[in-house]
Design a protein around this ligand. Structure first.
Ligand code: NDP
Length: 274
C-alpha cells in the first residue's frame, strides 16, 4: 500500500520551465493515484545534498534533468539496464530502506513516441543522431536494439561522438563524426538530441543530409516550431516531430516504475498541445 501523499519532484537547474508537474498531475488524476509532484531547483554544486534532503523529508522518487543525469547515476547504489548502458539516470527510485535505484526512461520514451505515436519505422533505416550529451547517450542503445541500417552520431565536439560510437560499437552498426565529416550521406530519420534549439540556434547541418523520405525529430519542445524543425520543413522533410511526445512517454515510464501503473499518454499529449 502506498502512502496517501507520496511525494515526487523533478530536479534540475534551471527548472522553472519544466512541464513535468503538469504531466504528473494529469497522470495521477487519470489513474486515481494520490501524490504530490513539485519542481526542485538544485544549486550546481549541491545536487547530492538536495537529493538527500528530499529523501530525508520522505520523498519517494525524483525525475532528473539538465545538468544532473550523470551525477544521479553515480549517486545511486542500484541501476537498471538502461541507466547502466547510458551511465546516466533521469529517474531515481527511493526504497523504504533508503536505497536509491537509478533508471533511464529517455530511450523508452523516444522509441514509444517514434514507433507508437507517429508510426515511424526504425528498423533498416539510416539514422542521424545529432548531439553527444546525456539525451543522446540515453537513446543510443534503445535505438540500436531496433536494428536500424546504421546510426551515425554527429556532434559539435566530434571527439564526444567518436567516444560514444566506440562505447556502443558492440550493440550495432554505429559511426560518428563532426559536422564537417558527413561526406554527402543522406538519412531517413534525423533526431536532434542537441540542446541547440533551446537557444534558438541551428546546428551546422547541410540540407543535403535530408533524403527523399526523411523524417526529422527534435527532442526539444517549444510552443512554436523549433529552428531545427523549421529548417527540416523548408528543406523537404516529409514529417517534423517535436519532443513533447517523448517528454510525456518518458514521464509515463517513470510513473510506471514508481507506481506500478502505466498511464494513458495520448490524452495527456493532446491536452498539453492545447
Ligand atoms: P547536454 O547538455 O548533456 O548536451 C547538449 C548537447 O547539445 C551536446 O552534444 C552539445 O554539443 C550540443 N549543443 C549545444 N548547443 C549546441 C549548438 N549551438 N550547436 C551544436 N550543438 C550544440 O544536454 P542533454 O543531452 O541532456 O539534452 C539535450 C536536449 O534534449 C535538451 O535541450 C533537452 O531539453 C532535450 N531533452 C528532451 C527530452 C524529451 O523528453 N523531449 C528528454 C531529454 C532531453 P557539445 O558536446 O559540443 O557541447
Amino acid at each position: 500500500m502506498t502512502n496517501m501523499t507520496d511525494s515526487y519532484a523533478v530536479i534540475g537547474n534551471p527548472i522553472k520551465h519544466s512541464l513535468s508537474p503538469e504531466i504528473f498531475k494529469i497522470f495521477a488524476q487519470q489513474t486515481g493515484q494520490s501524490l504530490v509532484y513539485q519542481k526542485l531547483l538544485a544549486p550546481f554544486d549541491l545536487f547530492n545534498e538536495t537529493v538527500k534532503d528530499f529523501q530525508d523529508k520522505g520523498g519517494k522518487g525524483l525525475n532528473v534533468t539538465l545538468p544532473f543525469k550523470g551525477q544521479a547515476f553515480r549517486l545511486a547504489t542500484q541501476h537498471n539496464d538502461a541507466a547502466r548502458l547510458a551511465q546516466s539516470a533521469n529517474t531515481l527510485i527511493f526504497s523504504p530502506q533508503g536505497e536509491i535505484t537509478a533508471a533511464n526512461t529517455d530511450g523508452v520514451g523516444l522509441i514509444h513516441d517514434i514507433e507508437n505515436n507517429h508510426l515511424v519505422k526504425i528498423k533498416d533505416q539510416r539514422i542521424l543522431l545529432i548531439g553527444a550529451g546525456g539525451a543522446a547517450t540515453g537513446v543510443i542503445a534503445p535505438l540500436l536494439s531496433k536494428t536500424p541500417k546504421n546510426l551515425h552520431i554527429v556532434n559539435r565536439t566530434a571527439e564526444k561522438a567518436l567516444a560514444l560510437a566506440q562505447r556502443f560499437g558492440q550493440l550495432g552498426e554505429i559511426s560518428a563524426s563532426g559536422f564537417d565529416g558527413l561526406n554527402g550521406e543522406t538519412f531517413d530519420l534525423i533526431i536532434n538530441a542537441s540542446s541547440a534549439s533551446l537557444y534558438g540556434e541551428m546546428v551546422p547541418l547541410s540540407p543535403s543530409v535530408i533524403s527523399a523520405h526523411c523524417i526529422c525529430y527534435d527532442m526539444v519542445y517549444l510552443p512554436e516550431a523549433t529552428v531545427f524543425l523549421q529548417w527540416a520543413q523548408k528543406n523537404g522533410a516529409i514529417q517534423c516531430i517535436d519532443g513533447l511526445g517523448m517528454l510525456v512517454e518518458q514521464a509515463a515510464e517513470s510513473f510506471y516504475l514508481w507506481r506500478g501503473i502505466r498511464p494513458e499518454t495520448q490524452p495527456v499529449i493532446q491536452q498539453l498541445r492545447k
